[in-house]
Design a protein around this ligand. Structure first.
Ligand code: TA6
Length: 284
């Protein structure tokens, strides 16, 4: 078992964070003056080949088991691949953000995994740490034939008490409920009262109101037709060996995605960018 090296730290006066080349995985972020915004399980694994429970896993080129329902590894290979650090800008002066950029291509993926996605691609992932956290994933089809892919920035947010939060911005949106396996429509703000695993069809900005931490986290996005909301609640938490039994109370996933029938189709030479932008304000 090969342990992962320590993540890179990037900072500037308005905020700081850490990110790994493994999975281009954002591990933490805090705007200056605020508690950390991202959640990582106390039981998270940190060895090569394992997904990391928390922060912002990149799901690519499929989501979960994929649309065929049998793809492995879950959520694709990007989050367990070693990305190349293209350039890293750490700003000490009064810069708006500290930026890191990562690149992954089909040539970086081992042959066995590539069999599941036999396409030529280049993925460029740019992370800006500052008063906001901006993460942009650009995928380019570098081959000669079109392909489709799913993607998600599977963001784990740290909350004071998941049973007291209200998630606003998806009112009226249609969603697929993965727990009941039914299509539903969201009537009011989302509250967490049981296992919650929903794929919303919405391009709108979402706000997570967290009265226990007296703050509101805003999740804005571009280039994304889906928002996924996930909280495993009690039984699912017990079933995960990288998730402490009571940790469901301190996290919620709000994911920026293009999945299911919103998979992205790229013609040869074409590119697509999806961006998630997090910000925090006082009061809920
Ligand atoms: O985004 C929600 C979800 O698809 C859930 O169904 C659950 O599987 C979660 O992702 C975590 O997936 P992981 O493979 O990281 O355990």
């Amino acid at each position: 078992m090969t342990r992962l090296p320590a993540p890179l730290t990037l900072f500037c006066p308005s905020g700081s964070g850490t990110v790994r080349t493994y999975g281009a995985h954002v591990m933490s972020w805090a705007p200056t003056g605020f508690d950390p915004v991202l959640w990582v399980s106390s039981q998270a694994k940190d060895s090569v080949g394992d997904a990391i429970r928390g922060g912002v896993p990149i799901c690519f080129p499929w989501f979960g088991p994929g649309r065929s329902g049998d793809m492995k590894p879950a959520h694709g290979f990007a989050r367990i691949a070693e990305w190349k650090l293209a350039d890293r800008i750490r700003n000490y002066d009064d810069a708006a953000a500290a930026t890191a950029r990562f690149i992954l291509t089909h040539e970086d993926i081992d042959r066995q995994l590539r069999g599941a996605f036999p396409h030529k691609f280049r993925a460029v992932y740019t992370v800006d740490f500052g008063a906001k956290l901006t993460m942009s994933l650009t995928v380019t089809n570098t081959g000669s034939t079109a392909f489709e892919f799913e993607e998600a920035l599977h963001t784990y947010l740290s909350v004071g008490d998941s049973q007291r939060i209200a998630i606003e911005g998806l009112e009226g949106a249609r969603y697929f409920d993965k727990v009941s396996q039914q299509e539903q429509s969201q009537s009011g703000p989302i509250t967490i009262t049981d296992e919650t695993d929903r794929v919303y069809y919405s391009e709108d900005t979402v706000q997570v109101k967290d009265p226990a931490m007296a703050r509101t986290i805003t999740v804005a996005k571009e280039g994304s037709a889906n928002t996924v909301v996930w909280n495993p609640w009690t039984e699912k938490s017990k079933a995960m060996d990288d998730f402490a039994d009571d940790e469901w109370q301190s996290m919620v996933c709000v994911e920026t995605a293009n999945v299911l029938d919103n998979a992205v189709r790229l013609d040869a030479g074409a590119s697509h960018t999806m961006t998630q932008r997090l910000s925090v304000g006082r009061g809920a």
